[in-house]
Design a protein around this ligand. Structure first.
Ligand SMILES: [Zn+2]
Length: 261
């Protein structure tokens, strides 16, 4: 199947006149659990109505990055796909089971610092450059250019620069569901501006620089040595998400729909 393409300026390498790939803003592996039997994806507005859920054929994409001929990794699209593959191997469908964590409620996954950190950095950068309404967070200000240069140079930077914090939330029924996603939103995080969104049942919180956080939170952000620590907690421990979850995910019975499929 020949994919449609367009020509323009790539926002990562800044080169003009490039063939742009139809890029996923959130990498495809994160959507696998969200498709129903007709390969439709149910999406939710951050504050949308339960009565009018939207359906989409594919994860949200736009002509964005240069590269990506069929089956060949090249250009900026190819660069990001290497880090996506690393993340998909760790966090893809069926890879994690937060219900099996030991007493300390921390799920530990083995990461390669460079690949995993760059995966997270590329996620928040994509949310900043996308024009897709449900995912766009707007400019990151002056730090956005620092972030772009680091991603282009494949430099994961120090752990305290552009860190992110992943948590696994358990639903009110005590289960872990990986088939939900939220739009990103800005909020305060230990005195700094942060963006959070749920992807594949995990919530990601991104900041430009590690704020003054408790040690266990700092250690849950990607470190150069050791695995990534993912805290597991009931969703009621984060009120914004508890509310979102009850209104959007439970009310629309997305899990029930999946079970029938
Ligand atoms: Zn490029």
């Amino acid at each position: 199947v020949k994919r449609p393409r367009t020509i323009g300026k790539c926002p990562l390498c800044l080169e003009e006149g490039k063939l742009l790939a139809h890029s996923h803003i959130i990498p495809e592996f994160n959507y696998e659990e969200l498709y129903d039997e007709k390969h439709r994806l149910r999406t939710f507005e951050g504050d949308g109505t339960v009565e009018d859920p939207k359906w989409m054929q594919k994860g949200i994409r736009e002509y964005l990055l240069c590269g990506a001929r069929e089956g060949i990794r090249e250009g900026c699209e190819g660069k990001l796909s290497v880090w996506e593959s690393h993340a998909a191997n760790l966090l893809g469908v069926g890879k994690i089971d937060p219900l099996k964590v030991p007493q300390n409620k921390i799920l530990e996954i083995p990461i390669q610092y460079k690949e995993f950190k760059l995966y997270g950095m590329s996620l928040i950068w994509r949310l900043a450059v996308t024009s897709q309404r449900n995912l766009a967070i707007g400019s990151l200000g002056k730090t956005q250019e620092t972030l772009r240069q680091a991603i282009e140079a494949e430099n994961p930077l120090e752990p305290e620069m552009f860190p992110f914090y992943i948590r696994a939330f358990l639903a009110p029924d005590g289960n872990f569901y990986s088939d939900w996603m939220s739009s990103p939103f800005w909020h305060d995080f230990y005195g700094k501006r942060a963006v959070s969104m749920a992807i594949g049942g995990l919530t990601y919180t991104f900041v430009a620089r590690t704020p003054d956080v408790p040690e266990e939170i700092r250690l849950a952000m990607p470190q150069m040595q050791g695995g990534l620590r993912i805290p597991v907690a009931p969703i009621s421990t984060w009120p914004e998400y508890d509310d979102f979850y009850r209104k959007q995910v439970l009310a629309t019975k997305i899990h029930a729909a999946k079970r029938k499929a």
